[in-house]
Design a protein around this ligand. Structure first.
Ligand code: NAG
Ligand code: NAG
Ligand code: NAG
Ligand code: NAG
Ligand code: NAG
Ligand code: NAG
Length: 253
């Protein structure tokens, strides 16, 4: 079981904290294994070419002494626009990467780590930077190079000033929900069931820091828990008041 560190305080009053602990605990301890690929019922009925959610892959990088230095598991979906040679105009295409077809490479230095995924004529490179003053890391760059059969010319896009997946050294960054990372006008990356740790890897993922999207999931159990807590309080109060009344009644007789 992966311990989870809360990034933000719950927006709930201190009174309810104890009463809600059980509810929250149950949510936090739900399975984070790769087996939960829930069918996305909320996905819009977009263009007919839109594929389903991508399969989740495991991508690890080792350093020159064969020690694991970057861990990642995620499902990846590219959303690109390019000039189609058959249509002669700009088209939008959404395509999934396939873990079993991907070749993984990369590199690690103390403050920079790269993960390079290659599938056929598509190469996607993640660059992570560590700020050794603040001990925070983030995804600072993404580069895509793709040559699809219908492309008039190879698409090469990159952005080196990104600020995604912000995490603390020694911890992993986790985002179970689908997240869209906008890279350039022509390219955005959709990630699914993501967990990465680009620095401070000690054999396995460190405690997970969850993205805000996942934290929104906590809201429903919190509201239900708060409602239940209020109900229980009312019942207890009613019982105590009732008991005192009847007790007082006996006393006067
Ligand atoms: C590889 O990683 C291990 C563990 O982090 C570290 O002790 C070792 O010095 C690294 N090797 C190189 C060549 O960076
Ligand atoms: C792909 O990108 C386009 C333009 O940014 C957007 O309208 C569309 O919803 C995206 N599709 C997916 C599946 O992310
Ligand atoms: C690293 O973090 C420190 C403290 O938060 C900040 O002042 C500094 O600008 C950061 N350095 C870089 C290169 O982002
Ligand atoms: C890869 O690119 C080459 C040359 O552009 C092309 O002939 C081939 O069909 C492409 N392969 C795939 C799987 O797109
Ligand atoms: C790179 O990403 C940043 C932050 O998301 C954005 O402001 C900038 O416009 C992007 N650069 C390009 C070339 O798209
Ligand atoms: C990557 O590392 C994780 C954690 O050690 C491990 O569970 C997983 O099997 C590894 N995957 C690959 C493809 O090596």
């Amino acid at each position: 079981m992966i311990p989870i560190i809360r990034k933000q305080n719950m927006p709930t009053g201190a009174i309810f904290s104890l009463l809600l602990a059980l509810t929250i605990h149950q949510t936090l301890t739900t399975d984070v294994s790769p087996t939960v690929v829930a069918p996305e019922t909320s996905s819009p009925p977009a263009s007919p070419a839109t594929p389903g959610p991508p399969e989740r892959g495991n991508y690890n990088v080792t350093n020159s002494t064969d020690t694991l230095c970057l861990l990642a598991r995620m499902g990846l979906q590219l959303n690109i626009s390019f000039t189609s040679s058959s249509h002669g105009k700009t088209v939008q295409e959404v395509l999934n990467l396939h873990p079993n077809l991907i070749k993984v490479s990369g590199s690690c230095t103390p403050d920079f780590a790269a993960l390079k995924l290659t599938e056929d004529n598509i190469t996607l490179t993640f660059s992570f930077s560590l700020n050794s003053t603040s001990n925070k890391y983030h995804l600072s760059g993404l580069e895509l190079s793709a040559a699809l059969p219908d492309m008039a010319k190879r698409l090469v896009v990159s952005n080196t000033t990104l600020n995604y997946m912000v995490g603390t050294l020694g911890h992993s960054y986790m985002c179970q929900k689908e997240k869209t990372l906008s890279v350039t006008q022509d390219f955005s990356l959709n990630t699914f069931q993501l967990q990465v740790q680009p620095f401070g890897v000690n054999g396995d993922f460190g405690a997970a820091e969850e993205c805000e999207l996942d934290e929104d999931d906590m809201l429903i159990p919190i509201i239900v828990g708060a409602a239940l807590a209020v109900l229980v309080l009312i019942v207890i109060l009613a019982y105590l008041i009732g008991r005192n009344r009847s007790h007082a009644g006996y006393q006067t007789i």
